[in-house]
Ligand binder design. Sequence first.
Ligand code: ADP
Length: 448
Amino acid sequence: MFKKVLIANRGEIAIRIHRACREMGIQTVAIHSEADENALHVKMANESVCIGPAQADKSYLNIPRIMAAAELTDAEAIHPGYGFLSENAKFASIVEELGFTFIGPEARHIEIMGDKVQALDYVRELGIPTIPGSDGEVKNPEHAVEIGKKIGFPVIVKAAAGGGGRGMKVAHSESALRTAFTVASTEAKAAFGDGRVFIEKFLQNPRHIEIQVLCDKHGNVATLGERDCSLQRRHQKVIEESPSPAITQKQRDELCEVVRNACAKMNYLGAGTFEFLYEDGHFYFIEMNTRVQVEHPITEMVTGVDIVREQIRVAAGEKLNISKMAPKLRGHSIECRITAENSETFLPSPGHVTDYHPPSGPGVRVDSCLYTDYHVSPYYDPMIAKVITHGATRDEAIAKMQRALEETVIEGIDTTVPLHRKLIATNAFKTGEYTIHTLEKFLEEGRL
Ligand code: ADP
């Protein structure tokens, strides 16, 4: 096992990785920007290295500086967390070429899945169903219209290099599609340096359901059930739960089997997530994330598997520590992502946290980088805490979440705690009858 791991990230996920390392007796190295000098991930780590100014491209995305920090501190492996360099195939290759272990999949898998056009082709070959669409890149507005007519409107234009809910445009008519094509490809070029787009049928009432996998170098593949991440704003997840209130054990087993077979054929390594849209009894693959996900804790709560620990173990060549490759889900878990944004306007609210009191008690877990006097930086992702609950039943997990959110105190900045309190109390959430459009609809109607 590694003696020392460098954590190439910040915020709650850097802390989460540090915790797994410490429980395994591994020393940790934190990297940080000048803005994060007093961050909790830096205070907790055994060693830390300042790698540059606040702007992410000069620090958390600065590969030479990160590699220098790893050399200087004699780290053996690098955990990239999520975001930043976690899905950068070049980074994964450099880490390995310089003699360190990348805690994640092989660079070739990161590369394939990072290009959605390539990823869809690749998984279709593996027998995974995808949404009817262009089956590849769409070259020009005329080509887009031809496909729109074939599959029927509405359609969604997506960036091949898209991520984080960005680079998607919905079109309900031929003329709207011409515009959507041009806008989407121009925006994709500006945001991702790659203007390639493709088209899918826009599903009207789907749920977002994803399967967590863990694979080792010995050919073992574990599927850890699903997460339902349908409550979204601007295609970004806001609340997640596991198991999904919308699928049966039979559907779960079948989908997990499809995914397990695909992973085995791919020779995948480490943690990964296969994301699907689910509508009218059918699952359609949308993308694979080749890293740990923000919402991994709910899977940990219902399976008892420490996903980050397993990531580290399999990267070190050990066998998966999961007795059954598809463990039975135990109880129910919910996660609320708390961001430093105004609950009504969603305007960012960086600044000084004057008081922080996290919820606790039975069945409550909080993964957060906050402390009283912490300064929320405007430079990074606004997510500051994840409140996670676990109950024997879904109702119990909801009751615990209501209680946990009542207890949560974050003063000095605006947060989305009030939004979560209201959302959890809606009938749609209580009954589990919601789709990817529910939250946006509630916000439009002023119901939250
Ligand atoms: P990203 O990589 O930016 O997260 P995804 O492809 O994972 O993009 O999609 C994010 C979200 O966008 C999905 O969870 C869903 O809400 C919405 N979405 C994506 N494709 C479709 C589609 N074909 N129809 C309807 N909604 C979609």
